[in-house]
Design a protein around this ligand. Sequence first.
Ligand code: CP
Length: 325
Amino acid sequence: MSLLKSNTFISAHDVTDINALADKALHYKANPFIDKQLGENKRIGCLFLNPSMRTRLSTQIAAQNLGMEAIVFNVGSEGWQLEFEEDAIMNGKTVEHIKDAAPIFGKYFDILAIRTFPSLVNKEDDYSELYINQFIKYSGLPVVSLESATLHPLQSLTDVVTIKETYTPFNEGKRPKVVLTWAPHVKPLPQCVANSFAQWMNAWNEVDFVVTHPKDYELDKQFTGNAPIIYDQNEALKDADYVYVKNWSTYNDYGKIYNSDPEWMLTPEKLQLTNNAKVMHCLPVRRNVELSGAVLDGPNSIVTQEAGNRVWAAQAVLSELLQLQ
Ligand code: CP
């Protein structure tokens, strides 16, 4: 049975069994080339409208492990500027409409993978996932999100994989306490990683999930669900087994910075409140702004292991999409 509901992977809701997909990723970690024949004579187009390091490299490696050819196109910096508005009169900066470009990707590739960040200006467009939905609609291809306007599903699957492989008491039926904490930053960042992490933790339903952030940084309830929201970070961190650190800009008054209080940075002193928690971050991270260097360089940080697992998460998803073809 497929672990994906259809040939798109843009959200936790596209997965039939998160545990099984994470297990598949761990299976690939132990046996990277076991399905080398699966993607033979298949090609994935990885389109980046925005910068990337981990997502770009891990997706290419995952595709190659499955025998696929991966072609990367930095649309945002090297391609024609795309227009997404349905009936736009294109007398401005945009050069090519998505309706004209996407079907061409459909001729070149077997799978399309896309990174398209939010504007942080037009909340309605961002939260309707206008851009990635246009690629899905007009390319006619299986589509994988490499981070869209509101979600980052390959990152979140990686995070599930990383918790699964590092939390041994799972075997004794004990649930870990996982805390998503807001952290300061110097510029307004998307809510994607935080939304996505919350969505996947809730959908996975194998952890006790808590969110902490300053007042007015509430995320969209469709992602946080029934998770307790605690405004006192110290209280939230008590007895945590995992602390997931991430900045996001305001959701209600969209895309703003209301708070840059350094007290919210995760430090060794704050870690003392936890159950010797493992510390996660999707990276890139602003050292000594979001997370102290002492935490990042210390024994509790698993950020490098987490980033390494991006390959296996991507490989599990691409493998499922190839098997649907
Ligand atoms: N975590 C993550 O998506 O990293 P990149 O932006 O470098 O791809």
